[in-house]
Design a protein around this ligand. Structure first.
Ligand SMILES: *[C@@H]1O[C@H](CO)[C@@H](O)[C@H](O)[C@H]1NC(C)=O
Ligand SMILES: *[C@@H]1O[C@H](CO)[C@@H](O)[C@H](O)[C@H]1NC(C)=O
Ligand SMILES: *[C@@H]1O[C@H](CO)[C@@H](O)[C@H](O)[C@H]1NC(C)=O
Ligand SMILES: *[C@@H]1O[C@H](CO)[C@@H](O)[C@H](O)[C@H]1NC(C)=O
Length: 345
């Protein structure tokens, strides 16, 4: 299940016009508007998270024998994932399994294309997850989605792992999805954007959050000591076939990954309930950070605080209450986001 673009019917514009901008804006087109309505639910998110991890693993291992091993041993590493999200529908493992096995086959035939596109696909799945989680902030409310369409900025999204199609870093377009899903297809003066981008510090914190999510996903997935040792050996062996370079190459924090996962007292299989809680927490932190930094209009945090529904976010693998609490704390000035020294504090 690749993130699919679905042409949806043109709906009448019912949403109210958003407030005037408080930041400089430039006119800009939404590319291929109407092509971008992404569908998805908790099962998709379970599947896409694993797919992102699979592309990360493909990139980190960077060797055909690793991929062949992963493909052949996928069945034993699967069962815990199926329980990681409440009530997923269908086989949430199938997609990632096929991704890895196909990559193993392709790289046997010709190694070249495999190494190029991993980050692109990993980002595409991360953008798909963010998009669907954002819908659930207030599902079926076109006014909310229309305002999100207006607030989020395609120049800001790539820096927080939710790139848009027009930055050519993703096959998914988070922003256009929100616009099209709210029924807003028109290109007119409302579509004015800043050209602001994220600071290096913000990008660094976003990379850190994604590192934690991927590590947490691995904690859920891995259920034997043998697998842990296999992974940690892969991390320890530097150079060709070692994972550290590949992980860094994705923008993730390889050393953090290695020391948290393989170092000290936390090495080893985590009890599944603990691993699931940890995944929920890390996904919540990532989403909260992404959504807060997806727009830069002054009133945007307040809009999010008023608009986001915790119970909706809970339906897409998040701690909705915590996410809304953090967003509201930023809106009322108790917490700050986007600074250089800490992510949200
Ligand atoms: C829909 O969203 C808008 C903007 O966030 C909000 O003002 C309105 O109350 C919401 N409608 C419902 C039915 O929750
Ligand atoms: C953003 O737009 C402003 C105003 O047009 C311009 O001065 C500035 O150079 C642009 N910045 C980037 C990074 O393109
Ligand atoms: C992955 O392997 C290919 C082929 O052996 C090599 O050209 C490339 O530099 C490697 N990439 C990394 C990140 O190690
Ligand atoms: C700000 O929002 C947070 C989260 O909703 C809340 O706990 C806190 O009491 C609020 N503080 C002020 C000063 O309004």
């Amino acid at each position: 299940m690749k993130p699919t673009a679905r042409i949806s019917a043109l709906l009448a514009l019912t949403a109210s016009a958003a407030n005037a901008a408080t930041v400089p804006r430039l006119p800009r087109d939404i590319p291929g508007i109407g092509d971008h309505t992404m569908g998805g639910d908790l099962s998709s998110i379970a599947s896409w998270t694993l797919a992102a991890l699979a592309y990360g693993a493909i990139h980190a291992s960077n060797s055909t024998s690793e991929l062949t091993y992963l493909c052949q041993n996928f069945a034993p590493i699967g069962p815990r994932w199926s329980t990681a999200f409440p009530e997923p529908k269908g086989d949430v493992l199938k997609f990632a399994r096929e991704t890895i096995c196909k990559a193993a086959e392709t790289s046997n035939a010709s190694p070249e294309p495999l190494w190029k596109n991993n980050l692109f696909w990993m980002k595409s799945y991360m953008a798909a997850i963010f998009t669907v989680q954002t819908y659930y902030g207030d599902l079926y409310n076109n006014t909310y989605l229309f305002n999100m369409c207006w607030y989020v900025e395609s120049s800001l999204l790539p820096g927080v792992w939710a790139p848009c199609k027009d930055t050519e870093e993703s096959a998914v377009d988070a922003e256009s999805s929100m616009c099209a899903r709210s029924g807003y297809y028109m290109k007119d003066p409302l579509f004015q954007y800043t050209n602001a981008t994220q600071t290096q510090a913000v990008k660094g914190f976003a990379n850190q959050y994604v590192t934690w999510v991927m590590q947490a996903a691995l904690r859920v997935l891995v259920d034997t000591e043998e697998q842990v040792e296999y992974l940690c050996r892969g991390f320890s062996s530097r150079g060709k076939g070692g994972y550290l370079d590949g992980v860094s190459d994705l923008g993730l924090y390889a050393a953090t990954f290695f020391y948290d996962y393989c170092g000290g007292t936390e090495r080893g299989v985590w009890e599944v309930e603990r691993a699931k809680k940890h995944l929920l927490a890390t996904m919540t932190d990532l989403f909260t950070y992404q959504v807060l930094l997806a727009g830069n209009a002054k009133e945007y945090p307040k809009f999010l605080c008023d608009g986001l529904k915790g119970d909706g976010l809970a339906k897409v693998g998040l701690d909705g209450g915590k996410a809304v609490g953090t967003v509201c704390a930023v809106a009322n000035g108790t917490k700050k986001v986007g600074g250089d020294t800490c992510a949200i504090c």
